[in-house]
Design a protein around this ligand. Structure first.
Ligand SMILES: NC(=O)c1ccc[n+]([C@@H]2O[C@H](COP(=O)([O-])OP(=O)(O)OC[C@H]3O[C@@H](n4cnc5c(N)ncnc54)[C@H](O)[C@@H]3O)[C@@H](O)[C@H]2O)c1
Length: 263
């Protein structure tokens, strides 16, 4: 089995994409440490009930994880765009970076880090100044950062995912000497408990997307891609951002680039 012998931490393991990923990597032989603020319905080798909005609780978790020699970290926990802007930036970006950067030195050589980004992270290139300004952002500073940078309930989810894609790319070779790699997965709309939040936030644009797409994704469309990135078979993928979106990103690119001119 591709993940036999690996110890893998999955955040967001109680629901949706995180739950599907934790179950799949377990079935592929991994020892799974599930992290979530809610208890998963499935039993894993270990469950850590942690609120990723609480820096002290994350630090306690880190202290418990450091001795374990982790081979994979799937950063999947996330809040939907209907939540307050500062909470979305705190959980989807600041907590994820803090957990990752605090664990990476103690991870096993050859370890894999996978960040659950989103199609919402598309267009990060247009937000580089704001993304650079968010480097080193700590939990205490999130609310002031959002105020100062016009990050509101309407755009906080987009900003957090754009910054996450950019961070993944920026760290393509940071731990290359130890064979540790980081990649991202960017789903389009996925039928999980938060799909309704996305449709509510995106309004007409989401309705148009859903008309164009043959169907929304489901968690089992995304989990195998995360599991692949966690496996040694993905050893030469570094700083990649894989769209898993039923072709939506290609559709946008084809339209924006004029590729379909004359059709
Ligand atoms: N569903 C979609 O359409 C979609 C599309 C693109 C990306 N994503 C991303 O995929 C990831 C998983 O989302 P999902 O659709 O499976 O949603 P979900 O709500 O089913 O799962 C999210 C999980 O994260 C956990 N979580 C949230 N805040 C937490 C906190 N403060 N502390 C600890 N755990 C916390 C929740 O308890 C839940 O178990 C998210 O990062 C989301 O942004 C989802």
């Amino acid at each position: 089995m591709p993940l036999t012998g690996k110890t893998i931490v999955v955040t967001g393991a109680a629901s949706g994409i995180g739950a599907a990923t934790a179950a799949l990597v377990k079935s592929q032989g991994a020892t799974v440490i599930a992290v979530d603020r809610n208890k998963p319905s499935e039993t894993y080798d270990r469950f850590e009930q942690v609120d990723l909005m609480d820096k002290a609780a994350i630090d306690d978790l880190i202290a418990r994880l450091i001795p374990l020699k982790i081979d994979g970290l799937a950063n999947i926990a996330g809040l939907p765009p209907t939540r307050p802007a500062a909470d979305v930036v705190a959980v989807n970006l600041v907590a994820l970076k803090h957990l990752t950067l605090s664990l990476v030195d103690s991870m096993a050589d050859g370890a894999s880090i996978v960040n659950l980004a989103s199609l919402a992270g598309f267009g990060w290139e247009n937000e580089v100044p704001k993304i650079l300004a968010s480097e080193g952002l700590d939990f205490d500073g999130v609310a002031a950062f959002c105020d100062a940078n016009d990050i509101t309930k309407e755009n906080s989810y987009f900003f957090a995912k754009q910054a996450l894609v950019a961070w993944t790319i920026a760290n393509r070779w940071t731990w290359r000497d130890r064979g540790i790699r980081m990649n991202a997965v960017s789903p389009g709309p996925v039928d999980t408990p938060i799909l309704g939040d996305f449709l509510e936030t995106l309004g007409e644009r989401a309705e148009e997307d859903m008309r164009i797409m043959d169907r929304p994704g489901n968690a089992d469309d995304i989990a195998p891609v995360v599991a692949f990135l966690l496996s040694d078979a993905a050893g030469w993928l570094r700083g990649a951002n894989l769209p898993v979106d039923g072709g939506m990103k290609s559709h946008i690119l084809a339209n924006e680039s004029g590729l379909e001119k004359g059709e």
